[in-house]
Design a protein around this ligand. Sequence first.
Ligand code: BDR
Ligand code: CA
Length: 322
Amino acid sequence: MAALETKQLIIDVDCGTDDAQAIMMALAAPNVSVLAITCVGGNTPLENVCKNVLRVLNVCNRLDVPVYRGVSTSILGDRLHASDFHGEDGLGDVPDPNAPGLEYMQQGHAVDIMIKLVTEYEGQVSLVATGPLTNLAMAVRMDPSFPSKLKNLFIMGGNMESRGNTTACGEFNFLADPEGAYVVLNDFHCPTYIATWEHTCRCKLPWEWYDEWVNSGTEKADFIKSIYAHSLQYSRSEKEVKGMVSGSGFVSCDSYAMAAAIDESTVTSFIECAVSVETSGKYTRGMMVMDMIDFLNKQNKAFVLNGCDMEKFKMLMLAALQ
Ligand code: BDR
Ligand code: CA
């Protein structure tokens, strides 16, 4: 197999359970250098997001990776959390006596650091965004040339068939900050890959696979098993299965965008079209709009993921827990 090119990543997270898994996937990839992890409020309040990222780094023995605090609310100042699913603390409410303190956080604001790193490594940075897009929207407003200095952008968020997971048509990350998502989908003209809610659901893993994966006996597997226990009460329940696309199974939503960033050949199919976000609407606020008929007359098109090489994906998932 040909060696994969080294990737410089910035990972922007609202660290819930699947963000944790995605970070672990990046840290395990031999072709990846994580320049920084930037935090944004989302699944859980910003302080928890920061603590959670540090916990993940600690389990992976990688507290050397710099972590920065970003924006705590949406652009409009709203707060939407997903405590029901991810737990009050965002990582399944499992006590962790070894949790590193916030003194491990770097000084400086996440948005400033993103701009600094992307300027320093112009054309080389892949940005992976697995939370609300607030930090990214701030970055382009502070430095309009920010997107053009990125190599590419990988987003988990939005929907491709108007199917929501938080409201009827709203996927969590886009719904948590529709204006932030609007700014990013309209002002980031770099190559942009989007793993939508429906896409991630279609690429779910069988529960038998999951059980074997988390019971492999490594410290990282034990960690993932413990933080997922809370959300799995929902994922494995009848109610949640009804809310999912195409039946039951394990979905680590944020890991699909991460896998694409680590190895683009995990993407077996995509829809290339202009995208935007509905910011008003009685039922559709936060819904991703796919302009299949070029009605919006936008030059830049996104790659909306529509197929994943599951064997390669599983290899990345397995490596993450070794
Ligand atoms: C997204 O919302 C969050 O709860 C997950 O971490 C993921 O990023 C899925 O809709
Ligand atoms: Ca997330």
